[in-house]
Design a protein around this ligand. Structure first.
Ligand SMILES: Nc1ncnc2c1ncn2[C@@H]1O[C@H](COP(=O)(O)OP(=O)(O)OP(=O)(O)O)[C@@H](O)[C@H]1O
Ligand SMILES: [Mg+2]
Length: 143
């Protein structure tokens, strides 16, 4: 398949639409012959990242690039950024508000799950400079 890229907007605090972009990405991938196990991992990572942008971040976007050898997901937001990335990556760490917790979020498992499910995971964030995540999923052996 030729390389294909598409981006979807994510809106701060929009808990009605949060998750929609990841569903679109999942459906897009389902229309290809990509291994369903890989699609599932991409969908988990996209969903967790998208919810994080809406819940903790700011306005942003999620982009998918389907190449011959890998899928790349980039998630960027213009929110407050993460002061201590090592702490944010720890299982169980969460700053989710009561409102989001009532909706079932806030287990502090999103970033650890993204790290676990992606073949390559990179996060760049600093206070005041938004959060920028890139994840790669190999379509052929190891990248
Ligand atoms: N895009 C972001 N912008 C700012 N802070 C973030 C962002 N993503 C994650 N964080 C910070 O990292 C913490 C851990 O994120 P993680 O996704 O692991 O857990 P959670 O979102 O709090 O809960 P869960 O994902 O299990 O519902 C968050 O509580 C938040 O403090
Ligand atoms: Mg999360």
């Amino acid at each position: 398949m030729a390389s294909f890229s598409k981006c979807y907007a994510i809106k701060k605090n929009d808990f009605i639409k949060a998750g929609d972009a990841s569903i679109k990405i999942k459906n897009l991938l389902k229309s290809t012959d990509i291994d369903p196990a890989i699609i599932r991992r991409v969908a988990v990572c996209g969903y967790e990242g998208e919810i994080n942008v809406a819940m903790h971040g700011g306005n942003g976007k999620i982009c998918i690039d389907i190449g011959e050898n890998q899928i790349t997901i980039k998630i960027d937001d213009d929110g407050p950024g993460i002061e201590d990335i090592d702490l944010a990556m720890k299982k169980g760490f969460s700053t989710a508000t009561d409102k989001w917790r009532e909706m079932g979020f806030g287990a502090g498992m999103g970033l650890p799950n993204m790290f676990k499910n992606a073949d390559k995971f990179n996060i760049e964030s600093e206070k005041g400079n938004g959060t920028h995540i890139t994840m790669e999923f190999s379509l052929k052996g190891n990248i």
